[in-house]
Design a protein around this ligand. Structure first.
Ligand code: GAR
Length: 201
């Protein structure tokens, strides 16, 4: 089976991107990281991707309508022959049309146990709610934010003295473990999106 050409969309640090790049370096991995797109020219992840000789496209969102921005991303993905898309700390909301066009081929990682704590300021809200367990989720992207069918999750115990930073750091370690697992499932056809459900085989 040839590895599926995959793009990673980032806005910042890119540590999940790095975990995916590291996993895909293994010869039997079913996805190949062929492109990184960042909407932020200064994103730390940009240099890291370049250091791995991965094609990088900077597509700033400023001064563009959402349809214009999304059309530019879509055209760039198609130009590079991309088949799968991983959102990894990509902090822009994509339009319904874009998401539908890539339906079943676009996934995201979120630092909570969805459907709890969708959106932003996740760790602060988890701590404020007093949950004893939090974690992370990889899911198919659907038009509704952070609501797509779940592919993989990992949980982390919340310690009484956790701060946003300590909790985020422990969850991030799990993110780096499960995102490559989830992409492996998708790229090898062992999970697919069917009628709004993740179907495993
Ligand atoms: C990660 O914790 C990711 O789950 C989160 O942003 C961080 C990006 O870190 N994503 C979201 O909150 C998306 N709603 P990274 O750039 O080092 O991968």
């Amino acid at each position: 089976m040839t590895a599926k050409p995959t793009a990673i969309l980032i806005s910042g640090r890119g540590s999940n991107m790095a975990a995916l790049i590291a996993a895909a370096a293994s010869p039997e991995y079913p996805a190949r990281i062929a492109l990184v797109i960042s909407n932020q020219p200064q994103a730390e992840g940009v240099e890291l991707a370049q250091a791995h000789n991965i094609a990088v496209a900077i597509i700033p969102h400023q001064g563009k309508t959402r349809p214009q921005f999304d059309a530019e991303i879509d055209a760039t993905l198609r130009r590079h022959g991309i088949e799968l898309v991983c959102l990894a700390g990509f902090m822009r909301i994509l339009s319904d049309d874009f998401v539908r066009a890539w339906s079943g081929r676009i996934i995201n990682i979120h630092p909570s146990l969805l459907p709890a704590f969708k959106g932003i300021n996740v760790h602060a809200r988890a701590l404020a709610a007093g949950v004893r367990i939090s974690g992370c989720t990889v899911h198919f992207v659907v038009p509704e934010l952070d609501a797509g069918p779940i592919i993989e999750q990992a949980c982390v115990r919340v310690a009484p003295d956790d701060t946003e930073e300590t909790l985020a750091a422990r969850i991030l370690e799990e993110e780096h473990r499960i995102y490559p697992q989830a992409l492996r499932l998708l790229a090898s056809g062992r999970v697919r999106l069917e009628a709004d459900r993740a179907v495993f085989s």
